[in-house]
Design a protein around this ligand. Structure first.
Ligand code: GLA
Length: 735
């Protein structure tokens, strides 16, 4: 018998009348559907997530054997499986039983939000499951609001952002792991029986060791440009837990949310707890399709100023470390200006009055200029920048202090510390974390940025660093009963502060750095314009790290700098040309002392900056097509960016191994229009003669089935030969 169902398509806005029961919701994006059964009085059920469904298919769905599992499983009744929510009610009851009360649809700043309100069948506890879509985008954001209307306090023991059942099969998970200076390594493995978990407990920096994002390839071993793939990204910069439980049912169960360990959250009567968003997407175009979905959505809706071109910069850190002074800064500004750069960023070491910051063991919190190093202060530097025609940026680490600082001397109560314990110290043996749960600390952090920007409105860029984890569990601000809120209230406080900062200073570019790539996270990017990808600038290792990062993040957000050779982390010697060719596949910058460069290196960088400016819109706003993975160990890695109109593209090819007699695969391109004709121009050319196809035209069809032959070496004077080779080609459509 045909079920009595009412179909509501959200993004398409095809809505029928709403009966008291049997409401089927189709949360649709241009090519995907999340189909839910929101029958009143029943738990919310998920029926389908994947390709967009027609109304007729949805009508017939129950007969096909749809998923039919609770969309937001709760703990207590039949508690054998994993749950997304676990609550201890006021009277001690640990069971929850939710039923749908109603569905609402709202518009928020152009987005469509569907909210399914559920309530416990006995206790006045309300749970709203929300889904947000943006017209034209393929991502569905989901999050949950939990409101306590019980007589007293309830405790949330687990409070995930979302749950997604995936039909059991040859499902592979792609995810990132790593460590400091080796972030975003890619791992791909079939889902095992049991639990595969990714987690973080750092407190602050949550993307060094692993990332709260995964891709699930539904058709066996992941492929780049075909196969069905689901992507999930938890948008949260704090402790997280993301796991897939493959049990004895027909499903792999994906859960993602805040890590609840040592973080049980108490809700007083009338209070609401909102989880961070989990962003879900689906593509039939393989891993690449999911990446492009995340990149487009991220630039349009999550990355601060995602539609604004990023400048080419020089950062002072690896050039001079703490040896900052006026003359050296002026020299660096002059040099980056002469190479065509647009911005100079003064890193760590410029501040501290009573305690000058000469090494990493003092002064955080004392954000006043060290006038011994900089007698004319920030204004003097801004004036030098203006004269050189570049913008000026500055490094701060606002969430931190040191035992050796005026801030700590005055306010020891502002730091994170447990009672009756020696304080645990970090970097330099003295670094401490300020307690962002404390509103007074929030004010201080707001004022650091507000004072800088008010006194020096010409500051164009802030590098916001964060170089410590939460090193002991204790808030001097929260009550004894609220100590378990520390990890979460830290991030609530940080979010509040960043909201205030952005309301007052919407235009300053802010980089999220956290000991390198510790904050490459969709949860922090609404306030930040980019992240520092890694403290490791070795171009060869960057090919791997940036490859992994590109699974979830667009090039515009990825700080990517040309640094010195030998490299300061790996001590590897890599020629400038290769270093430039790698750096210009992200947000290009330099991270070295230009005075140490010879004229030839400077000329290569000058050319790279010039060429990068020409392709910047393609790299920063284009669609990414990964062509040959460095992880496949074929001796070469290659990717390209293509404009949405497919009228301009840039192709990167990096040889990552060198042996005599080496045979390398020829790399077919992707993402072009087969029927368009493209002219090839090599960028960053160092060869004495152009490539044979320089200036020649080829159809997109030819390039996508054959690619172009890449010489394994450069044609340069004998003494300039190196063991590295790389190419960057621009492909411009001609009429
Ligand atoms: C961290 C950052 C570096 C640099 C130093 C300064 O390690 O990741 O880029 O800013 O701090 O102390």
């Amino acid at each position: 018998m045909k079920p009595v169902l009412t179909l509501i398509t959200i993004a398409g806005m095809a809505m029928a009348a709403m009966p008291a029961h049997g409401e089927i919701i189709n949360i649709a994006t241009p090519s995907t559907s999340l189909v839910l059964d929101a029958t009143q009085g029943q738990p919310l059920k998920i029926m389908h997530y994947g390709d967009r469904m027609t109304d007729a298919d949805i009508d017939a769905l129950p007969s096909a054997g749809s998923i039919n599992l609770n969309a937001y499983p709760v703990y207590g009744l039949n508690p054998q499986g994993e749950a997304a929510l676990s609550v201890t009610h006021t009277d001690g009851n640990r069971t929850t039983d939710l039923a749908v009360k109603g569905v609402t649809r709202t518009k928020d700043d152009g987005a469509d939000i569907t909210t399914v309100t559920m309530a416990d069948t006995y206790y006045p506890l309300e749970v709203k499951v929300n889904y947000r879509t943006y017209p034209g985008d393929e991502v569905i954001e989901t999050w949950v609001d939990i409101t306590n209307n019980e007589k007293g306090k309830v405790t949330l023991n687990r409070f995930m952002s979302g749950y997604l059942p995936v039909r059991y099969g040859d499902v592979w998970m792609s995810s990132l792991y790593g460590t400091w200076a080796d972030e975003a390594n890619l791992t791909e493995e079939p889902l095992p029986h049991g639990v595969r978990m990714i987690k973080n407990k750092d407190g602050l920096r949550n993307t060094h060791t692993a990332h709260p994002e995964v891709m699930l390839s539904l058709d066996g071993k992941p492929r780049e440009n075909n196969g069905r793939v689901i992507g999930a990204a938890l948008c949260y910069p704090g402790n997280y837990k993301l796991f897939v439980d493959t049990d004895d049912s027909n499903f792999h169960h994906l859960f993602a949310g805040i890590n609840e360990e040592n973080s049980e959250y108490h809700l007083r009567k009338g209070e609401t707890f909102s989880t961070p968003e989990l962003a879900l997407t689906y593509s039939r175009e393989g891993l690449g399709g999911v990446s492009r979905n995340f990149h487009r959505w991220g630039r349009a809706h999550r990355l601060h100023a995602g539609d604004k071109e990023r400048k080419v910069l020089l950062n002072s850190w690896e050039g001079v470390y703490f040896d900052i002074n006026e003359e050296v800064m002026a020299g660096m500004m002059e040099d980056i200006a002469s190479m065509g750069g647009e911005l100079f960023v003064m890193d760590d070491g410029w501040f501290g009055d009573k305690y000058p910051r000469d090494v990493d063991n003092s002064s955080l919190g004392d954000w006043v200029v060290d006038t011994n190093k900089l007698p004319n202060g920030i204004n003097g530097l801004l004036e030098t920048a203006r004269k050189n025609g570049v913008k000026f940026g500055i490094w701060i680490e606002p969430e931190m202090t040191n035992t050796v600082s005026e801030l700590y001397e005055k306010h020891p109560e502002y730091i994170i510390k447990a009672p009756n314990r020696e304080v645990v110290k970090g970097r330099g043996g003295t670094q401490l974390v300020l307690d962002m749960a404390n509103p007074k600390v929030q004010d201080i952090v707001f004022q650091i940025v507000d004072t800088l920007m008010t006194k020096y409105p010409a500051i164009d860029y802030i590098k916001w660093d964060s170089n410590a984890p939460i090193m002991e569990h204790g808030s001097q601000y929260l009550t004894a009963d609220e100590q378990s809120h520390l990890y979460i209230d830290y991030h609530k406080g940080l979010a509040k502060t960043l909201d205030r900062i952005r309301a007052a200073h919407p235009d300053v570019t802010i980089q999220a750095c956290a000991s390198g790539g510790g904050r490459a996270n969709w949860g922090i990017l609404p306030w930040f314009d980019e992240f520092w990808t890694s403290d490791n600038n070795d171009a060869l290792q960057r090919v791997f790290m940036q490859w992994g990062t590109s699974y979830f993040y667009p090039a515009i957000a990825m700080g990517s700098h040309i640094s010195a050779s030998p490299n300061h982390q790996t001590f590897r010697r890599i020629p400038t040309k290769f270093r430039a060719d790698v750096a210009m596949s992200g947000r290009l910058g330099l991270e070295m002392q230009p005075r140490d460069m010879n004229d030839e290196d400077k000329a290569i960088c000058r050319q790279a900056i010039k060429d990068y400016k020409a392709i910047r819109p393609i790299v920063q706003f284009g669609d990414l097509y990964r062509l040959l993975s460095p992880y496949d160990r074929k001796g070469v890695a290659s990717l390209m960016y293509v404009t949405p109109e497919k009228d301009d593209a840039v192709f990167y090819w990096w040889k990552i191994e060198t042996f005599m007699g080496q045979q390398l695969p020829r790399v077919p391109m992707a993402g072009l229009d087969p029927d368009k004709t493209y002219r090839v121009t090599e960028l960053n050319r160092i060869d004495n003669q152009p490539l044979p196809y320089e200036g020649k035209t080829f159809t997109g069809r030819y390039l996508m089935s054959n690619g172009l032959e890449m010489p394994l070496t450069y044609k340069v004077d004998y003494h300039k030969n190196t063991d590295y080779a790389s190419r960057v080609l621009r492909l411009t459509a001609v009429d």
